[in-house]
Design a protein around this ligand. Structure first.
Ligand SMILES: [Zn+2]
Length: 469
């Protein structure tokens, strides 16, 4: 909802525009998000995409439609390619230390507030339009950590108890033992080169022992508060926060009779987190590598695509169940094939899941598109119909390599997606989170390359367009 201050100043025309997108005042149509209108009311206007249109009502209406490209709440690339990323950004060393040492909440909270402010400022400086809080509220106690996007949920759900793993139990094998890639490249996967992670990590796991409920209201509230405070006065186009999808707790529990019941309980509990984020006016991104990794872990050896798709269909149903009541236009959905640095030779091809992915009730879909196993998959987007008003966030820089992408490479990747789905339906992103996966210095350089490439692509894509003013 708009703040009362804005409502009193602007006469909305809900028949023509959703309140969060366009508003009409005596001088013209202001095309903006709720936040921008709020910021306009408090004198902190306006973002680069905000336009006040003039002309007859008909001309303004048409122009607004053109600018908006439909009635979507989430910002799209209406007059240039917007930039975003997948979520995780490098945590400052002292914050990682605090998580490692499990300092008291008061100490952690004040540092979190300042760290989130810093990371939002850094994103703006790197030219990122659609920013987040770096996922700093999700504990990461090592510089290298591929799992923080998911492991945080056990702090926010009831019904779990940490258990010691048996000494001879190999956690990776239990999850990924069915992977053909790991079998074909067994020597590599045994080598130190394949292993990215600290050797000191405790070998414990969360066992489900009771009813699963969402108990993280205070923690997600803290994260939202920090993020909103960091956004104040910042020139950003849009904002998002990530949340894990159901299915992230891989281990069979003791409480629910069937694994599906446990997954449903997680879905319904996590819905409260999604709701808290969207209720705060922030877009939520569901992180779901599960949908493609399950192929790798359970089906790649036999290559039984029909069996995989049957499972994936039920998974999508469960994801949509988790999203019940969450406004679709405020949801981004991210899939990725796992961050480990390996051949990824038997990753599920995107074309085998793209139709199911598009059934998830989301507005924008984030996919890996920059690493050598998935870069070519822009072609698959020519063969599917992206539903009207939806957008793709292809990764145009990758967390899987330390090689820095040249801005021209980034621009070329964006151009191909723009050709396949339309320029207004592309938001330039990353393959996956960069935090915990790549050195901070390289991570920030990649984000700068991303925005430089998006600028190059925008210049070409909008070269001959007369933008209504
Ligand atoms: Zn990812």
């Amino acid at each position: 909802m708009l703040s009362p201050a804005v409502q009193s100043r602007i006469a909305l025309d809900p028949a023509r525009y959703p309140e969060t997108h366009g508003a009409i005042d005596r001088t013209g149509i202001i095309v903006a998000t709720t936040w921008e209108l709020d910021r306009a009311a408090t004198g902190r206007c306006c973002s680069r995409n905000t336009r006040q249109l003039v002309g007859s009502p008909e001309v303004r209406y048409k122009a607004a439609q053109l600018v908006l490209g439909g009635h979507n709440d989430m910002k799209r690339s209406t007059n240039r390619i917007l930039t975003s990323h997948v979520g995780s950004l490098p945590r400052p060393a002292d914050l990682i230390n605090m998580y490692r040492e499990q300092v008291p909440a008061e100490k952690l909270d004040s540092r979190l507030t300042s760290a989130v402010a810093e990371v939002v400022r850094q994103q703006v400086e790197a030219g990122i339009d659609v920013v987040n809080d770096g996922e700093f509220g999700k504990p990461m106690s090592d510089e290298v950590d591929y799992g923080a996007w998911a492991t945080y949920i056990h702090q926010r759900l009831s019904g779990f108890e940490m258990r010691d793993l048996p000494a001879d139990f190999n956690i990776l094998n239990s999850i990924m033992g069915g992977s053909k890639d790991r079998s074909d490249f067994a020597d590599y996967y045994k080598s130190p080169e394949a292993y990215a992670g600290p050797s000191t990590r405790p070998v414990r796991f969360p066992m489900n022992v009771g009813p699963i409920r969402y108990t993280g209201h205070e923690l997600v509230g803290r994260d939202i508060k920090n993020f909103k405070a960091a956004l104040a006065g910042k020139n950003v186009e849009d904002a998002f926060m990530t949340a894990a999808v159901t299915g992230v707790n891989f281990f069979p529990g003791e409480y629910y009779k069937q694994p599906e019941e446990q997954a449903t309980a997680v879905a319904e509990a996590m819905r409260e987190e999604y709701k808290a984020i969207t209720d705060a006016g922030i877009n939520v991104q569901l992180d779901d590598p599960i949908i493609v990794n399950v192929y790798e872990w359970r089906f790649s050896m036999g290559g039984d695509m029909a069996a995989f798709r049957k499972w994936a269909e039920s998974h999508v149903e469960l994801v949509n169940h988790a999203l019940a009541g969450i406004p679709e236009e405020k949801v981004r959905y991210h899939i990725c094939w796992g961050s480990w640095k390996g051949p990824h030779s038997t990753d599920l091809p995107l074309r085998n899941v793209i139709d199911l992915m598009l059934k998830v009730k989301a507005n924008q879909y984030s996919v890996e598109a920059a690493n050598p196993q998935h870069e070519h998959e822009w072609k698959d987007w020519r063969d599917v119909k992206l539903p009207a008003g939806k957008a793709v966030i292809p990764g145009v820089v990758s967390h899987k390599t330390n090689v820095l992408e040249h801005p021209q490479v980034v621009a070329d990747r964006i151009m191909r997606y723009a050709e396949a789905v339309g320029r207004e339906n592309v938001v330039a992103g990353t393959d996956c989170g960069l935090g915990g996966r790549i050195h901070p210095q390289i991570a920030w350089a990649k984000l700068r390359a991303l925005s430089a490439g998006a600028e190059k692509a925008s210049r070409q894509l909008w070269a001959r367009t007369a933008f209504p003013t």
